[in-house]
Write a protein that binds this ligand. Structure first.
Ligand SMILES: Cc1cc2nc3c(=O)[nH]c(=O)nc-3n(C[C@H](O)[C@H](O)[C@H](O)COP(=O)(O)O)c2cc1C
Length: 441
């Protein structure tokens, strides 16, 4: 494929959060210190040079339930994690155009504190802040001794929280900020809204003591995939992070659901940039791609053990001591274990009879981009996929990986020129901030 392709937005998803980067990889010996900003600043500069709209940083404020903490931290799959909100200013300082979207959980911030901190960052960054709003209830015990909200109620609270932030951000009415040096007037206090918020979850007064934005509020992203999650996106989000098979029917159906949710709440489809998450393995030749895929179908026991460790962390259940050749013991998983994660482990195999080895082998298996069985391919093949997504009206993609120079280069070195030559990847930013870049095409 070639010619005038539809330009797409690109984001980088630091999928394991602000944690021990490189742990378990040979590139640990590059000797970057994951607790220091240099590592991420280096990568952020490369993403900006590549024309990415933003980097989005995953987060979970918890190490999970008390009984399974060792499973989470032993191999650093589930933590430790530092706070991505506090990394954001370092990334802004290292770049001029790149958007930075830390993940925030409303449970962790009172609305006034959140509105004030985010307003400050939006000004400091010249309008490049985004917030990935998630509602994970598993970490609730760190913020309150009350029993956690249910799945949908956590979204309801997030909606109230975001509404509260917006009323604070907009509490400086039209004309309130005067800044007339000759008259000696900075602001007109009579034009500030006092914001008496009395809601189901929050009660506080305004107005906010931060000044309003010239180019709009911080961008809101959300990743929820449930009915309630999609409704949240329709009401609130500028970016929806989408996880879906990438065939035409699935992509169109996912987009239609978000668009319907936006319209139902008085917004338009153009208000939400939908970005599908993909973890590509970009290789230099067809032979390399075929070799990787063939090898992945016959994983060694060492590879299976590493996957078992990762799954043990995500599922908060120890799989590492189980017999690889026996089925999963009945009643192994506690009630709170995510059903989605369990479905990903077991797939369409019969959990009662299939051995653990079969599940882990399926997780190890890579597929080729060319037959759409996976994401291993050359830069040209991956560009074909992105171009095809564009023909279905797609807005953009979110590439997963460590925010580590080794990962960024391995993925982008050959890909960026190919995408640029095809007109899929931007060459210029608007210079007006993240919201304007998202709306530029
Ligand atoms: C691309 C992507 C990024 C996500 N990032 C986070 C995150 O940083 N923190 C988090 O707690 N959950 C994250 N999630 C999980 C979602 O918040 C959500 O729980 C999940 O998509 C299931 O949707 P639901 O909560 O509407 O059922 C992410 C999901 C996706 C697809």
């Amino acid at each position: 494929m070639s010619g005038a392709a539809r330009p797409q937005h690109f984001g980088w998803f630091l999928a394991r959060g602000f944690g021990p980067h490189g742990w378990g990889h040979p590139y640990l010996d590059w000797d970057y210190d994951w607790t220091r900003p240099d590592l991420y600043q280096q990568s952020a500069r490369e993403l900006e040079q590549a024309g990415f709209d933003f980097v989005l940083i995953e987060d979970a404020p918890s190490l999970g339930s008390a009984e399974t903490i060792d499973l989470r931290v032993r191999h650093a799959f589930g933590g430790p994690k530092h706070d991505p909100l506090l990394l954001a200013p370092y990334l802004f300082q290292a770049t001029r155009h790149l958007g930075v979207i830390p993940t925030v959980n409303p449970a962790a911030f009172l609305p006034y504190t959140a509105a004030r901190q985010f307003a400050t960052l939006q000004h400091l960054s010249a309008d490049r802040l985004g917030l990935n709003v998630v509602t994970d209830a598993g970490s609730a015990r760190h913020f309150s001794a009350e029993s956690p909200l249910g799945h949908d109620a956590a979204y309801d609270r997030a909606e109230e929280w975001l509404g509260a932030l917006r009323s604070l951000w907009h509490s400086w009415g039209e004309g309130a900020l005067v800044r007339d040096a000759e008259a000696g007037v900075y602001a007109d206090g009579t034009r500030l809204d006092a914001v008496h918020h009395r809601g189901e979850h929050y009660a506080f007064d305004g107005p906010l003591n931060a000044i309003p934005f010239d180019r709009g509020d911080p961008v809101i992203a959300s990743p929820g995939g449930s009915g309630r999650g999609l409704a949240f996106a329709g009401t609130n989000s500028d970016i929806q992070l989408a996880l879906s098979p990438l065939d035409e029917a699935s992509v169109r159906a996912y987009r239609a659901k978000i668009h319907a949710a936006a319209i139902a709440r008085g917004r338009t489809p153009d208000d939400v940039t939908i970005m599908f998450a993909i973890q590509p393995v970009i290789v230099s030749s067809l032979e390399e791609a075929d070799r990787l895929v063939a090898a992945s179908a016959r994983p060694s026991d060492d590879v299976l053990r590493t996957i078992a460790q990762r799954q043990s962390s995500d599922l908060e259940t120890d799989l590492t001591t189980l017999d690889l050749d026996a089925p999963l013991p009945e009643g192994l998983f506690a009630e709170h274990v995510s059903q989605g994660s369990l479905r990903r482990l077991v797939g369409d195999r019969d959990a009662a009879t299939a051995p653990l080895r079969a599940h882990l082998t399926a997780l190890a298996r890579l597929g080729r981009i060319t037959d759409r069985s996976g994401f291993v391919g050359t830069a040209e093949e991956f560009a074909d996929l992105i171009e095809e997504l564009g023909t279905w009206g797609n807005d953009g993609v979110l590439l997963w990986g460590d925010l580590h120079p080794v990962t960024v280069h391995r993925t982008l070195d050959e890909l960026v020129p190919v995408l640029r030559r095809r007109g899929i990847l931007r060459r210029d930013y608007t210079g007006q901030g993240l919201r304007a870049d998202l709306r530029a095409f």
